[in-house]
Write a protein that binds this ligand. Structure first.
Ligand code: ADP
Ligand code: C5P
Length: 205
């Protein structure tokens, strides 16, 4: 039973270093942490073919089942376990698996669109935005998506120009104003991350 639950949101553009920073915080807090990724709540599209799914806009708020994510976060806050969906980027669809998550003292909500939704934002005790230059993010995304998400260079570049960049400008960049802390340069910024970790320790006391 956790008497007090602290919820931290970690936002930032695609490939800005959110996952890297979450990994670093996890190393510090170990068993006290649960990580809920917005991407796990991408809507399922079992009625569409792979070709049709690959053409969807995955950078719009409507791509996510954020209502289900909010429901699950509220359950964790109330000390109830959840079965979190699992998303498979290689097939552009939700997988059949789920992950059983038990409540912990610190909940990290991670995702590029999490500060855009007011109800979700209002659940957070502290809001962080990871800021990395767009050209670095694109370079990192190309490498990651080819290696980890089974994408071709052409598909990555087309998607970036048609949806990722315009949606970033429309939804992600403006949501930065809701952040309490901005961490420039992502996972390289050891000082910024250490200050965040110290603050989280203090909040959890
Ligand atoms: P996000 O979760 O914001 O999409 P990640 O932390 O997963 O970002 O980083 C995106 C990609 O960039 C990953 O492949 C990661 O290994 C790589 N990466 C992250 N930080 C750095 C860095 N400082 N220098 C080089 N590559 C990095
Ligand atoms: O980890 P990151 O924040 O980069 O993950 C979000 C990105 O995943 C979005 O920019 C979206 O374009 C991409 N995505 C994708 N294919 C999917 C689902 C999400 O390329 N099927």
């Amino acid at each position: 039973m956790n008497d007090k639950v602290t919820i931290v949101g970690i936002a930032g553009g695609t490939a800005s270093g959110k996952t890297t920073i979450v990994r670093m915080i996890k190393e510090k807090f170990g068993d006290d942490i649960v990580v809920i990724s917005h991407d796990s709540y991408y809507k399922a599209h079992n009625d569409l073919s792979y070709e049709d799914r690959s053409r969807l806009n995955y950078d719009h708020p409507e791509a996510f089942d954020t209502a289900l994510m909010i429901e699950d976060i509220k359950k964790l806050k109330n000390n109830e376990a959840i079965d979190m969906p699992v998303y498979d980027y290689t097939i552009h669809n939700r997988s059949d698996a789920t992950v059983h998550i038990v409540p912990k003292k610190l909940i990290i909500i991670e995702g590029f669109m999490i500060l855009e939704n007011k109800e979700l934002r209002d659940l957070m005790d502290i809001k962080v935005f990871v800021e990395t230059d767009a050209d670095e993010r694109l370079l990192r995304r190309i490498r990651r998506d080819m290696v980890e998400r089974a994408r071709s260079i052409d598909s990555i570049l087309t998607q970036y120009i048609e949806t990722v960049k315009p949606m970033h400008e429309q939804f992600v960049e403006p949501s930065k104003k809701y952040a309490d802390i901005i961490i420039p340069r992502g996972g390289e910024n050891i000082t910024g991350i250490t200050i965040l970790e110290e603050h989280l320790k203090h909040m959890m006391d």
